[in-house]
Design a protein around this ligand. Sequence first.
Ligand code: NAD
Length: 253
Amino acid sequence: MSTISATVNEVDGKVALVTGAASGIGKATALLLHARGAKVVAEDIDPAVESLVRPDLVPVVADITKDGSAEAAVALAVDRFGRLDILVNNAGRIIYKPLLETSREEWEAILATNATGAFLHSREAMKAMMPHKSGAIVNIASYAAYFAFPGIGAYTASKGALAQLTRTQALEAIPHGIRVNAIGVGDVVTNILNDVVEDGPGYLAEHGKGAPIGRAARPEEIAEIVAFLASDRASFIVGAVVMADGGMTVTAG
Ligand code: NAD
């Protein structure tokens, strides 16, 4: 049988859990996977996620950092749709503060969301995927896992941790047929920037202009990469942080 096919049903019939699905990249991802035939559990701390409800798309309002939320979200997917094939660890937060002014509570809150919440969800997802000997986990990291940016030290540390979680879990998961990868996302126009809007409307206009591509991404452009990495089409990609940053990490300036 030929392995070449003209038709792409990359996630049709698969069951996905997407965290941080109320807005931005997570929302675009949940809707794209659903539009391509996946059954989706969309998790977010923001009740706005409930507006996504539709057949085969189940929203759940939960804080991914809280004990039991990963177990509950994975159980919801399995109870409602029979299994879990895809986890997208997308929920994330940022604070704009120099490390000297960052409190322990602020540091821990960013690490809890961007790294610990992803770890807990990945651990639970792996347990649900292992009996089927297949599955894909996609972590939404950042080019901030590689670049240092003064003023967002807690965020860069959390994304560095997420990149390393990706690589280590990939090695532990691949013997079970589960692929773990991440996306090194560059600038994307989303609500995460709301915190810096007070720095002036010019910030949003300039967001992404420093990248060789000359603009920020739309959330849907990142969702397309998630769908690919989550699909069997990416069957040989294991432990990678795929850069989607408009060329930021390859330019010398
Ligand atoms: P966003 O603010 O639109 O979406 C983030 C979502 O995560 C929100 O809906 C928020 O409510 C949810 N969330 C935050 N904390 C949560 C928690 N404890 N429990 C459950 N949900 C929680 O921003 P976005 O840009 O779409 O962010 C998605 C991911 O992309 C984040 O991990 C972010 O770090 C990453 N990223 C974004 C950019 C960018 O320029 N926008 C760049 C690189 C990486």
